[in-house]
Design a protein around this ligand. Structure first.
Ligand code: R5P
Length: 288
């Protein structure tokens, strides 16, 4: 049975369709003191797939509660699908006295599951923080599906770390060049500075591809540069549209033509699904 967190409803339903599993109707309540209570009143069976994105602290709590709830309801085998792993960017202690937050989260999740499936974790190495087997799946190719025909396309990573997924989207689209910008982020202020490459962009359609758009600073800085240099249409594509605060309006102000994201974080731009990539890691339930 598939059990969804409150923020992974679309992806969980798509996964149920892809794998033939039943979808449980979980409930999500909050006590007057703010404490959460996620439950699975309709759980049946011995196998549970808990699907819950972790783009907020509340979502982490909900995930831990759902893992515990399915065990209480009789699940002997639990798979935890984390469509977007929050805290994955805190994969090291950057200063003395800081935690390795990604490890802390991974250890907590490991106590309630037999295995974990991650979708495009920010750093593949975070998989090592879990105490149970982890599979990381790549949903980036699906970002190419909504793209129209492109004129002399360039698939651009806004920093060196995103080159791999820019290539994946280019390959799925079928043609185009790839390039990347260099990025520097001030750790105190969060401000992003882009050092553009000299890739010719004038008159070309450009697709900027990143794993995450959070504050939108990285993407909007890259779009600014592309607009200044005379790019034709500019598309922004990301696996995880976290889109905090004014990220969407920043991208619009920078001149993006369209923002495309997956449903690992469910937003208005989540027009493609990571379900097929995740389903490939789950065994298909038979009808008999
Ligand atoms: C960083 O290495 C990531 O790939 C993204 O570029 C970053 O997380 C985006 O964050 P923001 O939208 O806040 O600039």
């Amino acid at each position: 049975m598939i059990v969804s967190g409150s923020n992974s409803q679309l992806l969980a339903a798509a996964l149920a369709d892809e794998t033939g599993r039943e979808l449980a109707t979980a409930t999500y309540d909050r006590f007057p003191d703010g404490e959460q209570l996620a439950a699975v009143p309709e759980f049946a069976g011995e196998e549970a797939v808990v699907v819950s994105t972790t783009a907020s602290d509340a979502a982490w709590v909900e995930l831990l509660q759902l893992q515990d709830a399915v065990r209480e309801a009789g699940a002997a085998d639990v798979t935890t699908v984390i469509p977007y792993m929050g805290y994955a960017r805190q994969d090291q202690a950057f200063r003395e006295g800081q935690p390795i937050s990604a490890r802390a989260m991974a250890r907590a999740v490991s106590t309630g599951t037999d295995r974990v499936v991650l979708v495009n974790p920010h750093e593949p190495a975070v998989a090592d923080f879990y105490d149970v087997p982890v599979t990381a799946v790549d949903a980036a190719a699906t970002l190419a599906e909504p793209l129209p025909d492109l004129d002399a396309p360039l698939f651009l990573a806004p920093d060196a770390g995103a080159v791999g997924i820019a290539e994946t989207v280019r390959d799925a689209h079928g043609e185009g060049d790839t390039d990347y910008f260099e990025k520097h982020r001030d750790r105190e202020t969060g401000a992003v500075e882009i050092s553009p490459s000299d890739a010719p962009v004038e008159g070309r359609d450009v697709v900027v591809v990143d794993d995450i758009v959070a504050t939108g600073s990285t993407m909007s800085e890259a779009i600014d540069v592309l607009r200044e240099r005379g790019a034709a249409r500019v598309f922004a594509a990301c696996v995880h549209p976290v889109l905090v605060a004014n990220a969407t309006t920043k991208l619009r102000a920078a001149g993006v033509d369209r923002l495309i994201g997956t449903d690992t974080v469910e937003r208005g731009c989540s027009v493609v699904s990571a379900a097929a990539a995740v389903a490939a890691e789950l065994t298909v339930e038979s009808d008999d």
